[in-house]
Design a protein around this ligand. Structure first.
Ligand code: ATP
Ligand code: MG
Length: 263
């Protein structure tokens, strides 16, 4: 398998060793391949290591055991090929919405006018026109999240790592953002790993859904979820509903195990 955006994860473990308290094994022997241009959703109970796996692929945590290859090369650090939308927004509080979105573009050496144009077009895309000069502290949770999404999309990485990117959005905005994300993904060749707790969202957006086990997380199952996305009635189609039920049951079993472990 080769080509743009390919991700290979092999036998990856991760244990957090806080300065105080016990070591926490977060991931155990995770193996997963993401194909070039694939849209893969990652589901699993809270605390199973989904964010940890994205940090590893993003190069924000060192790979301790096993290996992670992006385009055939081991991941050593964050890079402009991988754009991450963090679960907790991670905006610069001292920069405005525009400043935050421009940040990723400033390192790309684009001419100023082109940077401004691009930043504005992604601010408009996420519905924040009129809030360009606002600071994160003046925004709602959903607006912060949309700013973080605009910032990552604006620099056009070939790999998108999205950690519950629509979690803070109301149902209508979420649906609009899903449509925008799918249309970007269909227009530009991007490989996406998309973490969500929403099974229907996962089945709707992704071509494959990977379900993780309770902590320490492993890949428990991979389910094909290719549907015709442009047809909104698909959400009510029998095969779609059955797929959602099937995956929901897999995730629920793991969530019950996770509760038993922490009890
Ligand atoms: N910095 C840290 N230090 C110690 N333990 C941590 C740290 N970050 C995460 N963990 C632990 O590692 C495990 C996996 O965490 P992670 O955030 O990857 O889970 P998650 O699947 O993203 O959960 P959620 O769905 O709630 O976002 C959890 O049990 C968590 O307590
Ligand atoms: Mg998480």
């Amino acid at each position: 398998m080769d080509g743009q955006g390919q991700i290979v994860i092999e036998g990856v473990n991760h244990t957090y060793r806080p300065a105080r308290g016990r070591a926490v094994p977060a991931l155990s022997n995770v193996t997963l391949q993401v194909r070039p241009r694939e849209f893969l959703a990652l589901l699993g109970p809270s605390g199973c290591g989904k964010s940890t796996l994205l940090y590893l692929v993003g190069g924000f945590l060192p790979t301790e055991a096993g290996r992670i290859l992006v385009e055939g090369k081991p991941v050593a650090a964050p890079g402009p090929d991988r754009g991450i939308v963090f679960q907790h927004f991670a905006l610069f509080p001292w920069k405005t919405v525009r400043g935050n979105v421009l940040y990723g573009l400033e390192r790309q050496g684009l001419p100023r006018a082109e940077r401004d144009r691009r930043a504005q077009s992604f601010i408009n895309l996420v519905g924040l026109r009129g809030f360009e000069e606002s600071y994160p502290s003046q925004l709602s949770g959903g607006m912060k999240q949309r700013t973080a999404i605009a910032r990552t999309l604006a620099f056009d990485p070939s790999i998108l790592l999205m950690d519950e990117p629509f979690g803070a959005l109301d149902a209508q905005t979420r649906s609009l953002m899903q449509t925008e994300l799918l249309s970007i993904w269909q227009r530009t060749p991007k490989t996406v790993i998309f973490v969500t707790h929403d099974v229907q969202e996962a089945v709707y957006l992704a071509e494959r859904v990977a379900v993780m086990s309770s902590r320490p997380g492993q890949i428990k199952a991979i389910v094909e979820t290719k549907f015709e996305k442009r047809d909104p009635s698909i959400l009510r189609a029998k095969e779609f509903v059955e797929k959602v039920d099937h995956i929901w049951n897999l995730v629920r079993d793991e969530a019950i195990k996770a509760q038993e472990l922490s009890a």
